[in-house]
Design a protein around this ligand. Structure first.
Ligand SMILES: *[C@@H]1O[C@H](CO)[C@@H](O)[C@H](O)[C@H]1NC(C)=O
Length: 291
C-alpha cells in the first residue's frame, strides 16, 4: 500500500517535475545572466551590480539642485502594486470571521502579478498557484457557486457531499481535488509568500540576502510538503534570487527604501492576518491534514 502510493506519487512527479525542473534551471541560468546585464542599481539597492549601467542613478544623485518633488502614486493605493494585493485580501476577512473566497482568489491573482516579474525563481510557486486559483474560481463561479462563497460554507458542503479526500491521501488526479484541498495548498503557499515578504522587509542591510531568507521561509512553509525533486529545484532557484533592491523597486516603484520597506511590511502583515484566519478555520475543521 505504502509502496504503491509511493510509486504512484513518484510517477506523477517524475512526469511533471523533471521537465519542469530542467526547464526552470535553464530559465534560471538565462535569467541570472540577463539580470546581471539588465538590472541597474538603485541608490539603495542591496545587490548593486558594478557592471550595471549607472547613468540614471548618477544623474539623480549628482543634481546640484533639489529635484522638484513629484508626487509618486503611492504603492499601497488602489492603483499601486501592493494596494492591489492588500485590498482584496483585506476584504476577504469578512465580519463573520470567515474568509470570502472570491476576494481571497482576487488577492491571490494580484499577488501572482506582483511576484511574477521577480523571475523564474517564482515560477514554480506562481504557476502552481495560478492553476489552483483557476481551479477554485471555476467552483466559485460554477454550478455549485452557492456553496463556494466562503471557506466555512465550502468545507461544510464538501463534507456533506462526500467530496473531501481522506486525510493524508492525495487524490489520484490532482486536477479533481476538492475545493478545500486546493485551498489548503494555496494557504501553504500564502504562508511562504508572507514569510518571504516579511523577511525581505525586515532584514537589516548587510544581513543575509533575500534569497537566503526566502529559502528559509521555503524550508519552513513549503518544503515539508514537496517531494525531493521539487525541493532540489527550489534550492537551486534560491541561489539566483533577486536582491532586496529589486523587490523594493517592484513593490514601490520610485519610493525611498524606508518607505518601500514599510509598505512591504504592511503587505506582509495583511497576508499574515489572512493566513492566521484561514489556518484557524482549516484547523477547526480538521482540514490541515489533507495531503
Ligand atoms: C497571527 O498569529 C500569530 C500566532 O498566533 C500571532 O503572533 C500574530 O500576531 C498574528 N498576526 C496577525 C497579523 O494577526
Amino acid at each position: 500500500m505504502g509502496v504503491a502510493l509511493l510509486t504512484q506519487v513518484s510517477r506523477r512527479y517524475f512526469r511533471h517535475a523533471i521537465p519542469l525542473a530542467v526547464l526552470s534551471l535553464l530559465l534560471l541560468y538565462l535569467c541570472a545572466r540577463s539580470f546581471r546585464v539588465v538590472s541597474g542599481c538603485r541608490s539603495w539597492a542591496q545587490s548593486c551590480n558594478p557592471e550595471g549601467p549607472p547613468p540614471v542613478q548618477v544623474r539623480r544623485q549628482s543634481g546640484p539642485l533639489e529635484a522638484p518633488k513629484w508626487k509618486e502614486p503611492p504603492c499601497e493605493g488602489p492603483q499601486g502594486v501592493l494596494g492591489r494585493v492588500m485590498e482584496p485580501f483585506r476584504a476577504s476577512l469578512n465580519p463573520e470571521g470567515d474568509v470570502a473566497l472570491s476576494q481571497y482568489l482576487a488577492g491571490w491573482r494580484a499577488l501572482v502579478r506582483f511576484l511574477t516579474p521577480l523571475g523564474s525563481i517564482f515560477a514554480f510557486a506562481t504557476d502552481e498557484a495560478s492553476a489552483k486559483v483557476t481551479a477554485l474560481e471555476a467552483r466559485v463561479h460554477g454550478p455549485e457557486a452557492a456553496h463556494y462563497s466562503s471557506l466555512a460554507a465550502m468545507a461544510a458542503w464538501e463534507r456533506r457531499a462526500g467530496l473531501l479526500e481522506r486525510p493524508g491521501v492525495a487524490p489520484r488526479d490532482p486536477a479533481r481535488s476538492s475545493g478545500s484541498r486546493t485551498l489548503l495548498l494555496l494557504h501553504r503557499a500564502l504562508r511562504w509568500s508572507q514569510l518571504c515578504l516579511h523577511r525581505v522587509a525586515a532584514a537589516t542591510p548587510g544581513g543575509p540576502d533575500a534569497g537566503v531568507q526566502c529559502g528559509d521561509a521555503y524550508r519552513t512553509a513549503l518544503a515539508p510538503h514537496h517531494p525531493w525533486l521539487v525541493r532540489q529545484a527550489a534550492r537551486l532557484a534560491f541561489l539566483a534570487f533577486p536582491g532586496r533592491g529589486r523587490w523594493l523597486g517592484l513593490a514601490c516603484p520610485g519610493a525611498g527604501e524606508t518607505e518601500a520597506r514599510a509598505a512591504l511590511a504592511r503587505a506582509a502583515a495583511t497576508l499574515e492576518a489572512v493566513y492566521n484566519r484561514t489556518q484557524g478555520l482549516l484547523a477547526e475543521r480538521g482540514l490541515l491534514g489533507l495531503a
